[in-house]
Ligand binder design. Structure first.
Ligand SMILES: NC(=O)c1ccc[n+]([C@@H]2O[C@H](COP(=O)([O-])OP(=O)(O)OC[C@H]3O[C@@H](n4cnc5c(N)ncnc54)[C@H](OP(=O)(O)O)[C@@H]3O)[C@@H](O)[C@H]2O)c1
Length: 171
């Protein structure tokens, strides 16, 4: 099973504020939705709760929520208590790929692992204020970079952005 990170990150590393996203990028949402469809998505409990209730669990994919709360219930999703347990659950569910979909605390733990082989980063041309960050320097040395295209500002996308696939070349 391939293990990947998928994240949209501003040039200053911001990914969120007040447990919400800080932009509206419909084409990035579409990319996220198409890329993760049919696979497993692994999310921290806070990110999961930031998804409007009517949209969760995310349809057509195995949703795995990580929490330290052993009483936590997320109807329609699997609840686990560590990132490793989440990856094990994704493998048991038969996913070809497990996507780590955030938020900040979960990404930090994912970036410490050397079995995360791919990172899909949407580089957003903005530097908003925020309280949650992704460490862009963690996918620099030791990763190959392939661009999947740029999107300009339009009625669908509040900022320009580029989707870049990073593949790990060295542990
Ligand atoms: N731009 C993007 O692509 C993107 C993507 C995703 C999220 N975000 C943003 O990120 C923010 C949320 O991130 P966050 O860092 O605050 O929270 P988070 O990573 O979504 O969730 C943190 C929670 O996950 C659980 N957790 C973390 N590590 C664990 C472990 N090792 N074992 C068991 N449980 C663990 C804990 O839940 P309990 O407290 O229940 O124990 C913890 O409070 C939001 O603003 C969201 O919009 C942005």
């Amino acid at each position: 099973m391939r293990i990947s990170i998928i994240v949209a990150v501003a040039s200053n590393g911001v990914i969120g504020r007040n447990n919400d996203l800080v932009w509206r990028l419909r084409d990035d949402m579409k990319f996220f939705s198409e890329t993760t469809r049919g696979q497993a998505v692994i999310t921290g409990r806070k990110n999961y709760e930031s998804i409007p209730e009517k949209f969760r669990p995310l349809p057509h994919r195995t949703n795995i929520v990580v929490t330290r709360n052993t009483e936590y219930a997320a109807p329609g999703a699997q609840v686990v208590h560590s990132l490793q347990e989440a990856l094990d659950a994704a493998a048991v569910a038969g996913a070809e790929e497990a996507f780590i979909i955030g938020g900040g605390e979960i990404y930090r733990q994912a970036l410490e692992r050397d079995d995360v082989g791919r990172a899909l980063l949407t580089h957003v041309d903005a530097a908003p204020e925020g309280d949650t960050f992704f460490d862009l320097s963690a996918v620099a040395a030791g990763w190959d970079r392939v661009s999947h295209g740029r999107f300009e500002v339009d009625e669908r996308n509040e900022h320009a952005f580029e989707i870049v696939e990073y593949t790990r070349t060295a542990p």
